[in-house]
Design a protein around this ligand. Structure first.
Ligand code: FA5
Length: 343
């Protein structure tokens, strides 16, 4: 047996001397140590070794196995280093300092607008929060005063999961969590992806984005709401803007409004963007309903709040003159990469 092992070790060394690539090491491992390898075969012969020699022979075989593994691994390591050096010195070098020719990515127009709006609100002391895309029925509907069987649920038909949760239909779904999470007073905005089972057209997608804001403090009034919205819009459109409120309806605000902005593109004279009407319908909003405050653990006798839900796609379309919302989700790079953050 000892002779046999000596022969095998010689063979291993010879074969190792002749290999030129690190990948060839594995074939040798199989040849000598694999299931039908030469050393494995010897282990099978152990049953023929007399009992008093078994321990000694077993030890020799195990040592041989370890030595072969070590020889192969060392050779592989040496060859790998040589291969790496050869690659680094080859003519095929990649110069990572070279500028990439016209293939850098760009921000999506909606992301550009979202970042701009976030910056303005952060400068006014708002925190930016995140919301879930999959929500509980409670957060999406019940917590914001839309109980089961309320007709307002029909206005926001959505996609239900087997476990009873929903793809959130509006960013208002995060209101309850945010009211509970923050200590008063609260100034928070929370952008997010929303989903509705909609008939699609140039203004409606089944997947779209909103940016919601809530302000809760002592004596918050409609005046605060108008102030913050005017500030934000003036900074976004880079000019003083005029807004107006029309009555609206949402179960989670009382009173509820639709906020319009005097068309910043024609100063209200009438143009294709405002469909000649001089005003652009922009943002539903209102004073947070006392029950919604109560659901969020806030005493409506002591505190009041206002909230708004801006359509981010709509803002992006207005800002960049895109006239069909479906372009925003189209993945049409020719269109999408035209827009720059500093525009
Ligand atoms: C709401 O979703 C309310 N949660 C907004 C709100 C928040 C009101 C806080 C009061 C207080 P509404 O369904 O109108 O409201 O949607 C708000 C905005 O989201 C719309 O003005 C529109 O810009 C955008 N939006 C709604 N549905 C779609 C859609 N299918 N595709 C694209 N944008 C949409």
């Amino acid at each position: 047996m000892k002779e046999k092992i000596k022969e095998i070790m010689e063979l291993v060394k010879q074969k190792l001397n002749s290999i030129k690539k690190s990948a060839e090491g594995q074939a040798l491992r199989v040849e000598f140590l694999g299931k039908s390898g030469k050393i494995t075969e010897l282990f099978r012969l152990m049953k023929e070794v007399p009992a008093d020699k078994k321990q000694e022979v077993g030890q020799i075989l195990n040592n041989a196995k370890q030595d072969i593994e070590e020889l192969i691994s060392n050779k592989e390591k040496t060859l790998q280093e040589e291969e790496l050096n050869a690659e680094l010195n080859s003519a095929e070098k990649i110069d990572i300092t070279l500028p990439t020719p016209n293939c850098t990515g760009s921000l999506h127009p909606r992301t550009i607008v979202q970042k701009r709006i976030e910056d303005v609100f952060m400068s006014m002391g708002f925190v930016v929060e995140d919301g879930n895309e999959v929500e509980t029925e409670y957060n999406n509907f019940t917590a914001v005063n839309v109980p089961e069987n309320h007709p307002a649920r029909d206005m926001q038909d959505t996609f239900w999961l087997d476990n009873g949760q929903v793809l959130k239909t509006h960013t208002s779904a995060a209101q309850n969590r945010i009211l509970k999470k923050h200590t008063l007073p609260i100034r928070a905005i929370f952008p997010g992806r929303c989903f509705r089972n909609e008939d699609l057209d140039a203004g409606h997608e089944n997947t779209f984005f909103q940016l919601e804001g809530v302000i809760v403090d002592k004596d918050v009034s409609v005046g605060n709401l108008i102030y913050f919205m005017k500030e934000m819009l003036s900074k976004i459109f880079k000019k003083e803007v005029e807004v107006r409120l029309r009555p609206g309806f949402f179960p989670f605000t009382e009173p509820s409004f639709e906020m319009d902005v005097r068309c910043p593109f024609c100063d209200g004279k009438g143009c294709p963007t405002c469909k000649q009407g001089g005003w652009i319908e922009l943002c539903p909003c209102g004073m947070i309903h006392p029950q919604v405050l109560r659901n969020g653990g806030i005493d409506p006798e002591k505190y009041s709040g206002c909230a708004f839900g801006l359509g981010l796609d709509r803002m992006a379309m207005l800002t960049f003159g895109i006239n069909d919302i479906r372009e925003l989700n189209s993945g049409n790079l020719k269109l999408l990469k035209q827009f720059k953050p500093e525009e």
